[in-house]
Design a protein around this ligand. Sequence first.
Ligand SMILES: O=C(O)Cc1cc(O)ccc1O
Ligand SMILES: [Fe+2]
Length: 468
Amino acid sequence: MAPFEDDARKNLLGAEADIPAGFDNLEYQSGFSNHFESEALPGALPKVRNNPKVCPYGLYAEQLTGTAFTVPRSHNQRSWLYRIKPSVTHEPFTPLEVPNTSLTSDFSEKNATITPNQLRWMPPDIPAEPTDFVEGLFTMCGAGSPESRTGYAVHMFVANTSMDGKAFANADGDFLIVPQQGRLHVSTEFGLLQVAPGEIVVIQHGMRFSVGLPDGPSRGYVCEVFGDHFRLPDLGPIGANGLANPRDFQTPVAWFDDSEHAGYVVVHKFEGLLFQAKQDFSPFNVVAWHGNYAPYKYNLAKFCPVNAVAFDHMDPSIFTVLTCPTTKPGTAAVDFVVFPPRWSVAENTFRPPYFHRNCMNEFMGLVRGRYEAKAAGFVPGGGSLHVCMTPHGPDTSTYEKAVADEGPNQPEKLPDDTLAFMFESSFTPRITWTALKSPKLDHDYYKCWLGLRSHFDRSKPEGSKWYQ
Ligand SMILES: O=C(O)Cc1cc(O)ccc1O
Ligand SMILES: [Fe+2]
């Protein structure tokens, strides 16, 4: 190797990269959709070309392609992985039976149905029997299908066991995972991520990963998109900064496991069905990689909210963290929206979320605290779904409290320990029988609005007294 190449490499990477010992003090690379490069052994990343005749350390080169080869450059995503053995070195895939699984991407009448009713669920219980992340996944609702590469699914998971000798890959789409209880130790082909409640992790189409549970039982939400990848929303007149800032997204550094792994199982989700293949090595055998198709995590506490500072209630799109587009401009397959702690300062304004009907579909979850539109009944780990054009809004006591004070609104801090989110989709979801027949379904949800009585008074055309 010519000496100048070594020097160039040193300048690029700094000191020799260390292999992290585990999940303590993990390093990450910062930025959204950057062209990253990382090597766990010095010089493991081939220089100049992607496909040298013989790779450094005798590694195999393998490309993971996340968009059609010919997608415009601005949206093209792929990475090159340099691994000890290529992914193809496995026994044939065979169907994997997970008892009682309701993980699906088939939203036909067999698995799912429609209802225009407002739906709300209490948190699912953590099972008593050993259950890992894959076994604990179940589907709440969804639309479209992986084979048509359009639509989405909302899943939840409950788990109490780390995945051991087992990885998962999703050939159907991307997973945006929102842990609600317990940290996740996520091993991936690209390196390690630690994801705590309050953070999210996105593992894209095809990437192999494994979930460990350092804190024991864990619960959370998963939004799966079949058609495209999540990206940062355009900011329009907001300008170049704010909402989720690109540098706050964190992608792992290369890390590999070259130990013996007889009978390692790769679980592969393909068109909603699970398959398994055995191999004699860990799929986390990538010593170096480069590219712009890699998993990332994001701490929602870093979200920089922008909102009304004079009057009125902005539409929740103002809180979009990530968006997965459809081909229709401005119309998302899924917007991932967060309702973060913030100051509420709008004057002479009904501040809670307004009453509304929406052409989009809204699945909501709560990581912690209380959601500003609901005084009770929507609790951390629970969920709600308001489909296209189904009326919803603040519950009776939230409404009564918000209009009770006739004086000017005072600035109010929405507490630091509140964190609600929404998967907002232009696809109208069908709700799985599992979700509809769940004992956690709140059959009395509609009652939270029945107390909204008429305040109509023909003798009071002026509305709020003090404003006029
Ligand atoms: O339904 C909800 O609670 C989500 C929501 C919040 C908001 O501030 C405005 C509209 C909206 O759909
Ligand atoms: Fe809504």
